[in-house]
Design a binder for this molecule. Structure first.
Ligand code: CO
Length: 254
């Protein structure tokens, strides 16, 4: 069931989203060679609790596996769900995906960015840029009269027109009183449900874009998804409401 949110509920989701946006912005300012991914995770949790919210991923159960951290930190060939560790140190030239969610007064926010650690290769910079553009191509299509597949097509066309692959194994999602709600929002055109967009839908749009193959595999740790060919991947995500006036991005820092 797809829940349509009232103005009041969207305001509540926005409040959670604003905490996520602020945390991601502050984490972004910390990203530098020598910083451990555990330090980023600790800060994310601390800043969230200071705002009276709770990290959404910590303790999250996916098919019986419980995610142990507050933040996902995915470096280079890691696509999503990289687990923070004191032993994992950012280095010059890395690209690092920071994916964070929070719950506040029962409502969820979810957002992700991919950032450069110091100077990065032109290829890495281009991949990040095109992935971010793909996210905005998808968001622009969150208009009444469109369907979910219009969002998917816009994301896929933009990424593939630059020679990149879009990940199939993970998708965007509805968000509100749970982290993952209906509908699914694939970043490619496939079969399956294709609901019409309605006023009050809130969707987390999150393209994962690869330099090479879009195929991913999950490492022994049970979480970290990496590209099969170990080439780079990037990930950007916003939580966005469908309104009569067009898309409203709730996770933009104010
Ligand atoms: Co998400």
């Amino acid at each position: 069931m797809i829940v349509l949110r009232s103005r009041q509920e969207i305001d509540l989701i926005r409040a959670a989203c604003q905490i996520v946006a602020e945390v991601l912005q502050r984490l972004g300012a910390m990203v530098a060679p020598g910083v451990s991914t555990a330090e980023l995770d600790e800060r994310a949790e601390k800043w969230t609790r200071e705002r009276g919210a709770v990290p959404a991923f910590k303790g999250y159960n996916v098919g019986g596996r419980v995610y142990p951290s507050s933040l996902c930190v995915s470096i280079n060939e890691e696509v999503v769900h990289g687990m923070p560790s004191a032993k994992r140190i950012l280095k010059e030239g890395d690209i690092v995906g920071l994916d964070f969610g929070a719950v506040h007064k029962g409502y969820y926010g979810d957002s992700a960015v991919t950032l450069a650690v110091g100077g990065v290769s032109e290829n890495a910079a281009r991949l990040m840029q095109v992935t971010r553009e793909s996210l905005y191509c998808g968001i622009e299509n969150m208009r009444l009269g469109n369907r979910i597949r219009d969002i998917s097509a816009a994301i896929q066309n933009h990424a593939e027109s630059h020679g990149y692959g879009v990940v199939r194994d993970f998708v965007g999602h509805g968000i509100g009183q749970r982290l993952h709600e209906e509908p699914q929002v694939p970043n490619y055109v496939g079969a399956g449900q294709n609901p019409r967009l309605k006023e009050g839908m809130v969707l987390a749009i999150e393209p994962m874009v690869c330099e090479g193959t879009y195929e991913v595999e999950v490492l022994q740790d049970g979480w970290t998804a990496v590209t099969r060919d170990r080439r780079l991947a990037a990930h950007f995500e916003h939580s966005v409401a469908v309104t009569a006036n067009g898309p409203e991005i709730l996770t933009l820092p104010s």
